[in-house]
Design a protein. Structure first.
Length: 495
């Protein structure tokens, strides 16, 4: 009896219902049939991932391949003394491999060697600091090379431990403190603060940590009896009459020319020089000469005389005149506002109606409301009086007329009656009428005792302290008695 034949079927290469066909090759994988028995070995073929990918499928399935990129890139990491790690070996997650530094460094880098620099002074700095020294790690890529170094400018180094001794010649740092005629000497290079300045002409005379008093120029040196900036601050010249160390408190301040005064000993002198004494510019222009600081040259100025405005330092001023200063009453008598559109053109002042757009040049305007306005009613207009104006916001409506304050006065309007309170502070910077103070008071203080429209031109200029003086509706003539006042150059300052 003959044995039955064993028939084989390679399902990876044959064509049959259970065969793989192109299933594996279409996925870029290799087909393998481990059991080729044509009867019992059907449906046993698998797909195997192509190297360097790894993975074997279940029978008759496509394999799920994985790829540890460190198989290809580990050399990059190991060449730098690092470890390669692929956090996701899925084929779809390519390019995520990384190099990891060896402890104690904790850095890593994706797709390249990491920068494993490590400052050893982080964990070891306290060792140096406890000794009052600095920790220095010369190469952050090399372990075990940190040192303790003495604080600059002190010298001394300890390897992985504090330096045993710090030394320094303090004269290298402080030698410049000792002036000409003195030497710097440091008695011990191990102790701080023991350097001294020693007089060359007498070694017994010295001072620790400071210049020795071999000679004292009280004008140039710094000492308890020295002038410091006393003379310079006053624009004066300091002279030490005797610079011997034993001769103190003999420095004097002298006034600079063209001022003159008796030199003051150990204090600034009061130097009198009013540059306006030599004025040949302001007076010729019909202007006032003002010298703001007698201790400063070149600060004199020409100031226009009231009511003109303007000033200029070191030259005649270009004066301007608001014609409303002279003609304001012409307008205000008719409850109108005066306006000068140009301070350089004569005769162009205007009277403006407060409630209408009408105005007239060099005379009162016709401010008669139209017949259809409730303010055309003489009775209503008379209710508002001479310092308020009747306004009818809507000629088509009745009983909506008001009494409004005439600019530059302001206040809450009165409904069918006088405004309860109109305010006109002639010192207010926003007050542009010709009777207002404007900048007339200069550095002085402007005071309006009765800030109402019924009382104008009663503002006063009051001099800034310590000067005294005031004037009504004009610049004040300020005076200063330096014998009684309190100021930097007054007698009360100790002179």
């Amino acid at each position: 009896m003959q044995a039955a034949a064993v028939c084989e079927l390679d399902e990876c290469t044959a064509q049959c219902a259970t065969c793989a066909g192109w299933t594996c090759s279409d996925a870029g994988q290799e087909c393998r049939d481990a059991d080729k028995d044509a009867v019992t070995g059907l449906n046993t073929w698998v797909c195997v991932c192509a190297a360097p990918r790894v993975g074997v499928s279940a029978p008759t399935k496509v394999a799920v391949c994985t790829l540890d990129e460190c198989l290809s890139h580990a050399g990059t990491c190991t060449a730098a003394g690092q470890t390669c790690f692929d956090p996701d070996i899925a084929v779809a997650a390519l390019g995520d491999w990384e190099c990891r530094c060896a402890p104690p460094a904790a850095q890593s880098a994706t797709g390249q060697a990491a920068d494993c620099s490590h400052d050893e002074c982080g964990p070891n700095g306290a060792t140096c600091a406890a000794a009052g020294q600095d920790c220095v790690d010369g190469d952050h890529r090399t372990l075990g090379d940190w040192t303790c170094q003495c604080h600059s400018p002190w010298d001394g180094v300890g390897k992985q431990a504090p330096a045993s001794m710090c030394t320094h010649d303090e004269c290298e740092s402080f030698g410049a403190v000792c002036p000409d005629g003195q030497d710097c000497a440091d008695g011990s290079h191990e102790d701080a603060g023991d350097w001294a300045c020693v007089c060359k002409n007498d070694a017994a005379v010295n001072a620790t940590g400071a210049p020795a008093l071999c000679e004292v120029d009280e004008c140039a040196d710094a000492c308890a009896t020295c002038a410091g900036s006393t003379c310079d601050d006053a624009g004066q010249t300091c002279t030490d009459m005797d610079t011997k160390a034993a001769s103190l408190r003999d420095w004097v301040c002298a006034c600079p020319p063209p001022t003159s005064a008796v030199p003051a000993v150990t204090s600034a002198q009061h130097c009198f020089y009013d540059e306006c004494d030599d004025d040949a510019v302001c007076g010729a222009a019909g202007q006032e000469c003002v010298d703001g600081n007698w201790n400063v040259n070149g600060d004199w100025a020409c100031r226009c005389r009231h009511p003109e405005t303007g000033n200029a330092t070191g030259a005649a001023a270009a004066c301007a005149l608001d014609e409303c200063y002279y003609h304001s009453a012409t307008c205000s008598d008719e409850a109108q506002q005066c306006f000068d559109p140009s301070d350089s053109t004569e005769g162009d002042w205007e009277c403006h109606c407060p409630a209408l757009a009408a105005h007239a040049v060099a005379e009162p305007a016709d401010c008669t409301p139209p017949p259809e306005s409730e303010c055309g009613n003489a009775t209503n207009a008379a209710v508002c009086g001479s310092h308020q104006t009747c306004e009818d916001p809507d000629w088509t409506s009745s009983d909506d007329w008001i009494c409004a304050c005439v600019a530059p006065a302001w206040g809450t309007p009165g409904q069918q009656g006088p405004a309860p309170h109109c305010i006109l502070d002639e010192c207010d910077a926003q007050c542009a009428a010709s009777h207002c103070a404007g900048a007339t008071c200069g550095t002085g203080r402007c005071v309006d005792p009765a800030p109402v429209p019924e009382s104008t031109k009663d503002w006063r200029c009051v001099c800034a302290a310590p000067a005294v003086g005031e004037a009504v509706a004009a610049p004040a003539n300020c005076t200063l008695d330096e014998c009684t006042a309190v100021c930097a150059h007054c007698a009360s300052n100790g002179t």
